[in-house]
Design a protein around this ligand. Structure first.
Ligand SMILES: C[S@@+](CC[C@H](N)C(=O)[O-])C[C@H]1O[C@@H](n2cnc3c(N)ncnc32)[C@H](O)[C@@H]1O
Ligand code: SF4
Length: 451
């Protein structure tokens, strides 16, 4: 492993920063935004522009120790069935405020584990959604799938419902690592799931893998990458394990002494990234890889990659309506999040109310900075002329951050009169560069490591 003093000085090994799946980030949400905001935002959407829909299913049969997602474990079917009724009621409520005729261009079911739903529940949910917010002809419908909680009948129901994209969780194939993160999953089980999805002609298959997990070694992560390559997903998300036990209490089960330090994490990422590229995957953003024929690699090449709450996406829609407990919606003028506690969510829906409990109304400056941060995270460069086309000529709110970057990051960011770009082999610092523009950043807040 080679220690790079320049990266150390910049804070790549030990700095922490938001992942910037939104700006302002969720830390800034307040209860000033409630159901009135959502109601007004929904009813003022233009009818001829499709929206994205995200449905959160916050249940899992197993609760993996490493997982920071908002989800709860259950072996019983009744809480899932009761929750599903609330989501369907919420679809009804949201549809009442939407302009008649608006369509869904993207649908994503995430969690938790959406495949905890039975085939009948899958059909029920998709039918109700289609009745209230019908999809466009070319809509993309993606679902997060746990390979240990799937069956042919569930895949048939999902395909029947229109699923054309899937994402499956792998994390790591080494048994020692799996034991240390409380998630067992054999290669055979994963292969079986991939085979079922391929037979169903899924257009794009994503796999999530992680670096920075306990007991990972250079040899073990290469082994995982080789197994993943053999399964041939179209996209791979290579996330850095975010160890945030103060938020995700189940991570307290993880032995911190077995976690790699900042330099070792960085080294594992570089190694896995190089191996994926050797295997024919193009890098996309800070942590994704895609076959060059996949639409994400194509969007990246054409400068059309975007970033939203699900991470990197080819979704260019301005509005994302989040349904279900804790889900976040993005509207042209701000963000709104549903109650995260199932009981609060249930109470709001049962009372016939929208479940928004916090959010933020964005200013024109917020939206300009959001676009700058998105450009940094997606393209590693910022282009002033295109910002001016979108937001007008006054970019002065960026000046302080630009001066700071010129002083601190001048050796690895190239500046010109039309913008700036991070040099190719130092893109790992994107989150730190984005952070320089964040006008809300609280240096005492705790975020995950940047590399
Ligand atoms: C909703 S889960 C995946 C779907 C399904 N429940 C499964 O486990 O296969 C979403 C993904 O978030 C990522 N994730 C969860 N906790 C994480 C953490 N602490 N750090 C980084 N990534 C994490 C994992 O890669 C996981 O596959
Ligand atoms: S990784 Fe997936 S199955 Fe495991 S707890 Fe998280 S959401 Fe549930």
């Amino acid at each position: 492993m080679t220690y790079n003093p320049e990266l150390a000085r910049l804070g790549v090994y030990d700095a922490r920063a938001p992942r910037y799946t939104s700006y302002p980030t969720a830390v800034q949400f307040t209860q000033d935004v409630g159901q009135d905001f959502t109601q007004a935002a929904l009813s003022s959407l233009p009818v001829d522009i499709p929206v994205s829909i995200y449905i959160h299913i916050p249940f899992c049969e197993r609760l993996c120790w490493f997982c920071a997602c908002r989800t709860q474990g259950t072996k019983s079917a009744s809480p899932v069935a009761a929750y599903l009724e609330r989501v369907i009621a919420e679809i009804d409520l949201v549809a009442q405020h939407l302009p008649d005729g608006i369509k869904a261009g993207r649908i994503h079911w995430g969690g938790g584990t959406p495949t905890i739903l039975t085939p009948e529940q899958i059909t029920y949910l998709s039918t109700k959604l289609e009745q209230k917010i019908p999809r466009t002809k070319d809509a993309e419908f993606s679902v997060e799938i746990d390979p240990t909680l799937i069956s042919q009948a569930k895949i048939d129901a999902l395909v029947q419902a229109g699923m054309n994209r899937a994402s499956i969780g792998v994390q790591d194939f080494a048994l020692k690592v799996q034991n240390a993160i409380g998630r067992e999953q054999s290669i055979e089980t994963t292969q079986k799931c991939v085979d079922m999805l391929r037979r169903a002609n899924i257009a794009s298959l994503n796999m999530d893998i992680l670096y920075g997990l306990p007991h990972q070694t250079r040899a073990s992560v290469l082994d995982t990458v080789h197994h993943v390559h053999a399964l041939s997903p179209d996209r791979i998300a290579l996330y850095g394990y975010a160890h945030v036990p103060w938020m995700a209490k189940r991570q307290q089960l993880i032995d911190e002494a077995a976690l790699p330090n900042g330099e070792a994490r960085h080294d594992l990422f570089q190694l896995m990234s190089a191996e994926l590229q050797k295997s024919g995957y193009a890098p996309v953003g800070i942590d994704h890889f895609a076959k060059t024929t996949d639409s994400m690699a194509v969007a990246n090449k054409n400068g059309q990659l975007r970033r939203n709450f699900q991470g990197y996406t080819t979704d260019v829609m301005d509005t994302l309506i989040g349904l279900g407990a804790s889900s976040i919606s993005k509207y042209p003028n701000g963000y709104a999040q549903n109650s995260a506690k199932s009981s609060d969510y249930t109470r709001a829906i049962d009372a016939g109310n929208l479940a928004t409990y916090r959010g933020i109304e964005t200013s024109q400056t917020d939206r300009l900075i959001a676009r700058v941060i998105e450009m940094i995270m997606c393209d590693f460069k910022v282009d002033y002329p295109s910002l001016k086309t979108e937001f007008g000529d006054d970019l002065s709110c960026l000046n302080t951050a630009i001066l700071y970057l010129q002083k601190e990051f001048g050796s690895i960011i190239v500046f010109s009169k039309n913008g700036f770009e991070i040099v190719k082999h130092k893109r790992i610092i994107a989150r730190l560069v984005a952070k320089a523009f964040d006008q809300y950043i609280d240096d005492n807040a705790q975020f995950s490591a940047v590399s």
